[in-house]
Design a protein around this ligand. Structure first.
Ligand code: FAD
Length: 435
């Protein structure tokens, strides 16, 4: 792979056109950078982490620092709404209820979340279990809760298309069906090799190999990040220590006679970390009278993605996971039919501390920045800004948000009690040594 003699063609090549890749492209293009996005599949596909039609925006985090970051992100979302003329978030508020003994999980720690809200002086209304039943039609619980209005449902399809459109309007080049097969990084530039499949090649393996050069590169490949890092040159055998969670989402029919069955999103915190269930109200951009309700975990956790295919045939919602939600609905959700109307799934790279990685790679790959994992949708505008600062302004993530550093340790995603470095060096089949 030779670099272009006239210098790099682009300021930035973004590998992966999911939520993070598109947000990054949009932000950098609006900052005047010449941007290329290479996406292995079709844009807006449902085979990565950004499928489905809704995500939670919440400021409900266990520390005041993270809560404040979410508040900052909310401001950026509102600016984006103003700039794009689109309504991207539906601010419904969120009810948290459950046990004070509940430990940290995907939604933070129940008790600490409330403390963080209080510390920052954000509004928060206590609800008794009777009020929860009356307002949210959730029954058979012994717990009270609190309602925080600064939360809402994110319109995923519209958000992705808005980033795409704004990136394009700011002269970014976005190419789909372009799978990056090699990334070569040196002190001056990045050279990326991609196999570009045209639509006419849909049913064949034929592809056109192409080479692109840029000053910088952002690798935003979600659960596929390690596949790309494997092919980085000079070869370093990098590996991020995430597990791939194959997560189910289900939609359930609600009784149309009940007006406003959920006046906001809700999260139930049981005593065990994995007793975490959520619900969304039916949304104006989705099917009427269908509520997304689910278990916030998965029984499908692996350290390696199965072989990739272009179809979703290897992504089938796990029956055991659906059953957990069905049982929860039978016991607790009034006015909801306990059978999924439809289900899908998304793959998610899970780091043991639930945070993302957003950082540049170590030498000799400092011109490449990687961003993956975490419950990142709510932070997209903020991440895009941080990625820009780390990529183009030589800022250090340790100074901006150290919990996203590639150099941190996190509980091992397989054996949670053990902390391990997030960045590892693969020392051969099935084993990995830490850096
Ligand atoms: C079920 C579920 C629920 C969630 N709920 C929430 C929530 O409520 N709130 C919240 O804030 N976050 C939530 N998240 C997290 C959020 O959805 C993700 O953090 C976000 O969508 C990640 O986007 P991404 O761009 O990293 O990954 P992806 O969307 O997977 O994008 C990666 C892209 O890279 C492409 N790619 C891979 N390999 C290559 C290659 N070699 N060449 C080119 N392209 C390549 C893929 O095709 C893909 O399009 C949830 C995640 C899941 C799975």
């Amino acid at each position: 792979m030779n670099s272009n003699a006239q210098g790099p063609q682009y300021d930035l090549v973004v590998v992966g056109g999911g939520a993070i890749g598109l947000a990054t492209a949009c932000h950098s293009a609006r900052k005047g950078k010449k941007v290329l996005v290479l996406e292995a599949r079709k844009f807006f596909h449902h085979s990565g982490s950004s499928g489905d039609i809704m995500r939670m925006f919440r400021i409900l985090y266990s520390t005041p620092e993270d809560t404040q970051r979410a508040i900052n992100s909310l401001k950026m979302w509102h600016e984006l709404e103003k700039d794009s003329g689109e309504k991207l978030l539906w601010m419904t508020g969120q009810l948290n209820f459950g046990s004070n003994k509940s430990t940290a999980g995907a939604q933070g720690e129940y008790k600490k979340v409330k403390e963080a809200l209080t510390k920052l002086g954000r509004p928060c209304r206590p609800l008794s279990k009777e009020e929860i039943e009356k307002e949210f039609h959730l029954t058979n619980f012994k717990y009270d809760g609190y309602f925080s209005p600064d939360n809402g449902v994110m319109n995923v399809p519209l958000i992705l298309r808005t980033f795409y459109k704004l990136a394009q309007r700011n002269l970014a080049t976005l190419i789909e069906k372009a799978e990056v097969t090699a990334v070569k990084v040196d002190n001056e530039s990045v050279t990326v090799k991609a196999t570009v499949k045209e639509d006419k090649d849909r049913f064949s393996d034929a592809g056109t190999p192409r080479t692109y050069t840029a000053k910088k590169c952002v690798i935003a490949c979600g659960a596929y990040t390690n596949e790309v890092l494997k092919n980085i040159q000079p070869q370093k055998k990098y590996k991020l220590n995430y597990a791939v969670w194959d997560m189910v989402y289900d939609y359930y029919a609600t009784d149309p006679k009940i007006d406003n069955i959920y006046p906001g999103m809700w999260v139930y915190f049981g005593e065990r970390t994995d007793e975490l269930y959520y619900g969304f109200p039916p949304v104006p951009w989705g099917p009427p009278n269908l509520a997304k309700i689910g278990w916030e975990s998965t029984t499908q956790k692996t350290m390696k993605l199965p072989n990739r295919t272009d179809e979703r045939q290897d992504l089938v919602p796990a029956r055991d996971d659906v059953k957990k939600t069905v049982d929860f609905i039978k016991n607790h959700c009034l006015g909801v039919e306990p059978y999924p109307v439809y289900s899908g799934n998304c793959v998610h790279p899970h780091f043991g501390d639930h945070n993302a990685v957003l950082d540049r790679l170590p030498d000799p790959h400092r011109n490449a920045v990687v961003c993956a994992g975490g419950w990142s949708f709510k932070f997209l505008p903020l991440y895009a800004k941080l990625i820009y600062q780390v990529t183009f302004e030589n800022k250090n993530i340790e100074d901006l948000w150290k919990e996203l550093s590639i150099n941190r340790k996190a509980p091992d995603p397989q054996k949670a009690e053990k902390e391990k470095p997030v960045l590892q060096y693969d020392s051969g089949e099935g084993s990995s040594g830490s850096s």
